[in-house]
Design a protein around this ligand. Structure first.
Ligand SMILES: [Fe+2]
Ligand SMILES: [Fe+2]
Length: 312
């Protein structure tokens, strides 16, 4: 199939591994899926310490389940990416550990305090839900299919994050101040979650033409902003003065994009931010710690797993 035919046929769940797709499509889809899969893994990595550090057994169990879900999302997405025939799952994991793999801006920043956890579990997962719901209509069928399961689980993550946020914002004065400070620190990064404004986004047009993306960065950012700004206020959080939020006059709001630090965003996207290096080296160590398991499986794959012996 040539690229013009792809553009004509592009529609929800239109293409599958049975189709002979042009390299241009397969590479673009691989880049998008690999970025998404890497982000799931790196997000889980940031939340993992809170399995121990959360203040109650219930919260520890919820973090444990969430971390497992996110790793599962990553693995599913690596498989959906691998089916495009451009890169293997091992290569993608290797690139992530080497610092060549790219991932979401929010997961480059350290998360040290428990009060910060709803910034990811409520706001970032809420933003992820916004984007992922639109990807159920992606033209790469394995991607859209993975979204059915992933969106269901993300819904639970947002509830978990919201429950922590509710508890903290109804807690002591000190807890309320700490969660407000965390919100002020994370809010601009969260608004950058959807990437640069459409005219700065290098890949947007092609991705839309071939049906890989069904909404633009601006549409998603504004729809998230309009929903979550109100939610933040409902929990007593004060929206920081910067970036400025403008009333568009028709009952909706938009962010003044020039108030966001895009230089920092692009440094982060290239894995060159100081936090990036720390997160990636943590990921590499986690991968090296299980090298022996990989080797064991590789050995079994080449020498064959012993047949189970019949009972005497
Ligand atoms: Fe996820
Ligand atoms: Fe999640």
């Amino acid at each position: 199939m040539d690229i013009e035919t792809v553009k004509q046929r592009a529609g929800p769940r239109e293409f599958s591994p049975r189709d002979d797709l042009p390299r241009e499509y397969r590479e673009a889809a691989t880049r998008m899926l690999e970025f998404h899969a890497n982000s799931e893994i790196m997000g889980a990595f940031l939340e993992r310490p809170f399995i121990r550090r959360a203040p109650s057994l219930e919260r520890k169990m919820a973090f444990s389940a969430k971390v497992q879900d996110e790793i599962g999302h990553g693995q599913m997405l690596y498989r959906a990416a691998e089916a495009l025939g451009v890169k293997s799952r091992e290569e993608m994991l290797e690139d992530l550990a080497n610092g060549d793999g790219k991932f979401l801006n929010c997961f480059h920043y350290p998360m040290e305090e428990y009060v910060e956890t709803p910034m990811i579990a409520f706001f970032v997962d809420g933003a992820a839900m916004r984007r992922q719901a639109t990807l159920k209509r992606s033209s790469w069928e394995p991607y859209a299919h993975a979204m059915d399961k992933i969106c269901f689980e993300e819904g639970m993550h947002v509830k978990h994050g919201e429950s922590i946020l509710r508890e903290l914002t109804n807690g002591s004065r000190r807890e309320q101040e700490m969660v407000q400070a965390a919100f002020e620190e994370w809010w601009p990064r969260i608004l950058q979650f959807f990437g640069p404004t459409d005219d700065q986004s290098t890949h947007h047009d092609f991705m839309a033409e071939v049906g890989l993306k069904t909404c633009s960065n601006d549409e998603l950012r504004n729809s998230f902003l309009n929903q979550y700004m109100q939610k933040a206020r409902d929990y007593g959080l004060e929206i920081p003065e910067y970036p400025r939020i403008r009333d568009t006059g028709d009952g909706t709001y938009e962010v003044a994009e020039e108030d966001l630090d895009w230089d920092e965003f692009f440094t982060v996207s290239q894995n060159e931010y100081e936090g990036s290096i720390e997160q990636i080296s943590g990921r590499r160590q986690a991968q090296e710690a299980v090298t022996w398991v990989r080797e064991l499986f590789d050995d079994q794959a080449t020498t064959g797993t012993p047949e189970p012996r019949a009972a005497d």
